[in-house]
Write a protein that binds this ligand. Structure first.
Ligand code: AMP
Ligand code: MG
Length: 406
């Protein structure tokens, strides 16, 4: 058994693999990692434009208000003004339309009265030069870099890619992740549950975790605890970028995963880490596949994923995430912990009355108790080497995945 820090170090050295890239259409690249640097292909705005519906004027004509100006034309968004403004003239203009030459300000329509024949307008309030006037290039200059390789694309960055004319961008490929659930006791949800059986939940949690870290999950289903079926499933699974197995890595008579992986040519880098839950976790590699044997208890396989697999998926996609770098918050109550292990326990995470984040424990009966995590937001990390952590101590926490609508 090795300490968590050591296991994270071993992992870090193995996950900086070169990743292939692919062209991805804009509407499919949310949460993908950009593999190129993107520059603006134009000034923004691309022309001097109006910020308001109103009248483009020469500010010097409107030093005193009210005053009357001759309306020489109307310019809608998408049109181009044909006339230059001279003294005493105004141009009716809509938001986003290019300003005519000679104009240096826009009076919003609410501060004007258009004559009934449309030929003249009364400006009711004076304006300053540059009011409601957006000069070309004010927001962004042509050639300026807007995004760098390694950026994770969000709705705003995707909007900017559209703004600079990119219908497709180069992104790192999503790692393909095969998820095998091992266990003779497992039954798929919806199937009849015989005596001694339980439902396979890990496949579903793991698949959605993979998806939320922009991986591409492949779920062949349940694998029984016998050498033949496990060996066949492993052989197929090793063709993906990452293979996750749940169950079968501990000390039980039918915990065949380490043996089968070794027979399939997987080199084991660690097996058993001083963490609770997920102590029996295994990490191995082939030349092309990273393999994680996650213990079967649902909270164990979740912790194994969040601590080891999540940073792996990020790094495989060109996003350099340091495993084990977590935020901190204050512990709400004194907590006993095992000095020989790093412990992960479910907590709520909320602001206290001074605005600082505080972790408070939820009822938890151990690593089989997935239901306890329904009310938790984070797993507090109780460090190795101490038997209790005092109330108010700063501890790391691993966020539990929250839906965006939360
Ligand atoms: P194992 O790691 O195979 O010894 O399994 C440890 C515990 O986790 C046992 O109680 C299993 O029944 C349970 N378990 C194993 N696989 C799953 C799974 N896919 N979904 C839910 N529970 C599981
Ligand atoms: Mg098992």
């Amino acid at each position: 058994m090795i300490p968590m820090e050591k296991a994270l170090g071993i992992l870090t050295r193995r996950i900086r693999r070169r990743t292939k890239t692919q062209e991805v259409p804009l509407l499919s690249c949310l949460d993908r990692v950009l593999a190129e640097s993107v520059k603006s292909d134009l000034d923004l705005p691309p022309f001097h434009r109006s910020a308001m519906d109103g009248f483009a004027v020469r500010a010097q004509d409107v030093k005193r208000a009210p005053c009357r100006l001759q309306v020489v034309e109307t310019v809608h968004a998408g049109e181009v003004p044909k006339k230059k403004l001279h003294a005493g003239q105004a141009c009716r203009i809509m938001t986003g339309a290019p300003l005519p030459k000679g104009a240096d300000a826009v009076v919003m329509v609410e501060r004007t009265e258009l004559a009934s024949d449309g030929a003249s307008v009364v400006i009711l309030e004076k304006v300053e030069p540059q009011e409601n006037y957006c000069p070309r290039g004010e927001d962004l200059k042509k050639g300026r870099r807007i995004l760098s390789a390694g950026a994770v694309l969000d709705p705003v960055s995707i909007g900017m890619l559209a703004t600079v004319g990119r219908p497709v961008v180069s992104c790192y490929r999503r790692p393909k992740v095969t998820i095998l659930s091992t266990g003779d006791e497992l039954v798929a949800p919806g199937e009849p549950l015989g005596p001694g059986k339980i439902r396979n939940s890990n496949a579903f949690t793991l698949a959605e975790l993979v998806r939320s870290y922009s991986g591409d999950p492949v779920v062949p289903g349940i694998v029984r605890d016998n050498r033949r079926s496990l060996a066949a499933a492993v052989r197929a699974g090793l063709r993906s970028d990452v293979l996750l197995l749940s169950g079968g890595v501990s000390m039980g008579a039918l915990d065949l995963v380490p043996e089968i992986l070794s027979n399939a040519g997987v080199k084991t880098h660690f097996h058993r880490v001083a963490i609770k839950p997920a102590k029996p976790i295994l990490f191995g590699t082939t030349d092309t596949c990273l393999v994680f044997g996650l213990p079967g208890n649902p909270v164990s396989s979740l912790i194994g994923f969040l601590v080891f697999v999540a940073p792996t998926l990020a790094n495989l996609q060109g996003k350099k995430v340091e495993p084990g770098h977590w935020p901190t918050a204050r512990l709400g109550v004194e907590t006993r912990t095992s000095p020989r292990l790093t412990e992960f326990r479910p907590h709520t995470l909320a602001r206290d009355n001074r605005g600082a984040y505080r972790l408070d424990p939820v009822e938890y009966n151990g690593s089989g108790h997935l239901a306890s995590l329904l009310s938790a937001e984070a797993m507090a990390v109780l460090p190795e080497g101490v038997s209790k952590v005092p109330r108010g101590a700063l501890v790391s926490y691993v966020s539990l995945p929250q839906p965006r609508l939360a």
